[in-house]
Design a protein around this ligand. Structure first.
Ligand code: C2E
Ligand code: CA
Ligand code: CA
Length: 546
């Protein structure tokens, strides 16, 4: 074995170590030996450097020397330094990855929340919030333009009412799916709420828009099969173009809504917004404003149109509202009543009609000594008011007219509403002795089975059938059918809009029970009705020949 102490240390190295020791400690050799203190030294050759410490031991008269090559020291240092650097880096990477993971999870959670807030949970379609978040993507001034299609299902409410909301939800999912399949690429399809959908398309040519809308309607009107039930639905579409019909989202949506309402007037149809439609809308706003004022300023009053029975005797009167507006002149009732319904004025108007007609007729009955019925038109909105029944009974009691003379005219449109609410209410009203008349019968869509379930005392044949009874076979058949239904269900039948003796005669021949129309009398103000009644007592009334 070749041990290092086998070889003597080179004397020049020993000398260098001694020199370095003395120089570094700044002490003499004698002092170092005598004090046995420790001193350090350095040696450097051409190929290596080393550092060491030396101490003299007086007992054994020997130097104890420890020396190490600088290279080795450096190597050791670099080795541990590198290990630490490596550990540090690994730590950094691990922490970085950890944060990245957390950030990713956080991001996903945020995305999920945004998705949930901006999508409809039922159909998974983007919703109104989505639209508000992304509207700026669409509303760009120098864009070539785009259009909004406002899709609304016709009579969707009756699906919910007839089959329940869960069923309705299934239908909505199917609707959404069909819309997804029919709408072209690069469109945004949004569920606006309920059965209303918006489609944003990069298209502004009338022809393409109309054909796109017709395709959508065609797809939506295919028969549906949900839970084994087959049925069909219609849809109406209104279209507004950007920037032509509105430069901000609100005005654009309003324009498409107005166009959609225009489309709704015709089943399964589509309309592109036009300024005239807006005029109708603005006109409605004006009428609404004036109607509010008119109600305050007593511009409304009632007229009464007599109804006679088969033998020509007075049966009753129908109360009809009139409005002579200071600003607008005469406004026909079918116009202001629908506006009152849409603007929330119907409760006030309805209350006025109830109280005014009940008290005027009560007064006339007292003055003439005649007893006759009073038919009051009740709109759907009015009927659906929470306090309708209480208001009706209170007013009748207040005025003191016997309930047996009061008849409510309702229309088939009432039955689009919630039947579970309507039916018991109608029965209650009927049980109180108040009569129910089905107005405009034959123009709506109530089924015979539904009619049988309703406490109806009278069917009113709509004027449109009476108008054509002499020259149109279909109208004549319809009238005969309605009269037959009335007889079957033990309901009286009243024909309205009778204008000529010939009409009265044929109606009487078919078995109609009651008659109303210009042939007998126009609607009359209370004073004129009083004259009519006075006359009526002294003179034999007109009667149809049977
Ligand atoms: P309606 O209930 O079907 O009323 C019958 C309408 O036919 C009345 O029009 C009446 O004046 C008119 N009429 C009656 N006989 C004849 C006739 O021989 N020839 C012609 N050409 N017309 C005849 P009016 O008064 O303009 O009422 C229109 C509609 O407005 C009513 O239709 C009813 O739906 C609604 N309405 C009127 N007053 C009220 C009311 O007080 N409350 C509610 N909710 N609706 C009302
Ligand atoms: Ca009526
Ligand atoms: Ca009618």
């Amino acid at each position: 074995m070749n041990l290092s102490y086998d070889r003597p240390i080179r004397s020049d190295l020993i000398q260098e170590a001694i020199n370095s020791l003395l120089q570094r400690s700044g002490k003499s050799m004698d002092y170092l030996k005598d004090s046995e203190s420790m001193g350090s030294f350095q040696i450097s050759t051409r190929s290596w450097k080393s550092v060491g410490v030396a101490r003299f031991d007086k007992t054994y008269q020997l130097w104890t020397v420890s020396e190490v090559k600088l290279r080795k020291l450096l190597d050791d240092f670099i080795k541990s330094f590198l290990i630490y650097v490596l550990l540090f880096l690994i730590g950094q990477v691990v922490i970085y990855q950890l944060f990245k993971l957390i950030a990713k999870a956080e991001d996903k959670r945020r995305q999920d929340l945004i998705y949930q807030a901006s999508h409809d949970p039922l159909t998974q379609l983007p919703n109104r919030s989505y639209l508000l978040m992304h509207k700026d993507d669409w509303l760009v001034q120098d864009d070539p333009g785009f259009s909004v299609l406002f899709v609304d299902m016709d009579h969707f409410k009756s699906v919910n009412d007839s089959f329940g909301h869960e069923f309705g939800d299934e239908v909505l999912k199917e609707l959404a799916q069909r819309l997804r399949e029919t709408t072209p690429e690069r469109t945004t399809l949004i569920r606006q709420g309920g059965d209303e959908f918006l489609i944003f398309v990069r298209e502004h040519e009338d022809e393409s828009l109309l054909s796109m809308a017709r395709d959508i309607i065609a797809s939506l009107s295919h028969p549906y099969q949900v839970e084994g039930i087959n049925f069909t639905l219609g849809a109406s579409i209104g279209i507004a173009k950007y920037p032509l019909h509105g430069t901000d989202l609100d005005s654009l949506l309003r324009a498409s809504d107005i166009a959609m309402y225009e489309a709704k007037k015709h089943k399964n149809s589509v309309r592109i917004f036009a300024d005239e439609m807006q005029n109708g809308y603005l006109q409605k706003l004006v009428v609404e404003q004036q109607l509010r004022k008119g109600l305050d300023n007593h511009e409304l009053f009632m007229v009464y149109q007599p109804q006679v029975d088969h033998s020509g005797r007075l049966y009753g009167v129908e109360a009809l509202a009139r409005w002579q507006s200071e600003e607008l002149g005469f406004v026909p009732p079918d116009q202001f009543i629908s506006i009152a319904e849409a603007s929330g004025l119907m409760p006030r108007l309805g209350e006025f009609v109830l109280r005014r007609s009940l008290s005027e007729i009560k007064k006339l009955q007292q003055e003439t000594g005649l007893e006759f019925h009073l038919s009051i038109n009740v709109s759907v909105r009015q009927f659906m008011q929470a306090n309708f029944m209480a208001l009706l009974l209170d007013t009748i009691d207040d005025v003191g007219l016997s309930k047996v003379f009061v008849c409510l005219e309702i229309t088939e449109s009432l039955f689009i509403e919630d039947l579970d609410y309507i039916l018991p209410l109608l029965n209650q009203i009927h049980d109180m002795g108040i009569q129910i008349s089905m107005d405009d019968f034959g123009t709506g869509y109530s089924s015979l089975s539904m009619l049988r379930a309703l406490p109806v005392d009278e069917l009113k044949i709509d004027k449109s059938f009476v108008d054509n009874i002499l020259n149109d076979d279909a109208a004549r058949k319809m009238v005969q059918n309605i009269i037959a239904i009335g007889k079957n269900y033990e309901m009286a039948v009243l024909a309205e809009g009778v204008e000529t003796q010939e009409q009265a005669d044929i109606l009487a021949r078919f078995g109609c029970d009651r008659f109303q129309g210009y042939y007998y009398s126009h609607p009359l103000k209370p004073d004129d009705l009083k004259v009519f009644l006075d006359h009526y007592i002294t003179r034999l009334p007109k009667r149809p020949v049977s």
